[in-house]
Design a protein around this ligand. Structure first.
Ligand SMILES: [Zn+2]
Length: 145
């Protein structure tokens, strides 16, 4: 851990990181010490897209599908981009079986890339469609947060 400069007003200036994906507090504490203008760190905040352990476990069960937006919608959300294209996750995500992608993606190249990565970004329209479709399929294991 790097050394931190203590704040005169706020000491270690601690903050509880919150998981972006489930909104729950992570089991850790961030120490900011002296921030610019000696500001007080927020009591809780989302600091990055690293999932908490619980979310990590869920995400590892299949293919992670992340709803994301681009362009002006991404700017409106105000969150940092999650990829080089500037996609910003909305916070909706789900985990689907690999089999679902085997059966439902016609583009072989795309299918292989998704299966290899273990995750994919999806626009809201397709995301909503896939949620509805998955809900109606008994065999698909879906956990929507
Ligand atoms: Zn989480």
């Amino acid at each position: 851990m790097s050394e931190i400069k203590l704040s005169k007003k706020h000491g270690f200036n601690p903050s509880i990181p919150v998981c972006f994906w489930c909104g729950k507090e992570k089991n850790e504490i961030a120490l900011f010490g002296e921030l610019p203008k000696d500001k007080e760190a927020p009591m809780k905040a989302v600091y990055d897209y690293t999932p908490c352990r619980e979310c990590q476990k869920k995400m590892a069960q299949g293919i992670l599908v992340i709803e994301a937006v681009l362009g002006t919608e991404a700017v409106k959300l105000g969150n940092p981009p999650i990829d080089k294209l500037g996609s910003v996750p909305t916070g909706r995500w789900l985990v689907m079986t690999r089999q679902y992608f085997e059966d439902n993606v016609d583009d072989e190249d795309l299918k292989q890339r998704i299966l290899k990565a273990g995750k994919t970004l999806m626009d809201p329209a397709t995301f909503t469609q896939i949620v509805e479709q998955a809900k109606s399929l008994q065999n698909s294991k879906v956990s929507l947060d």
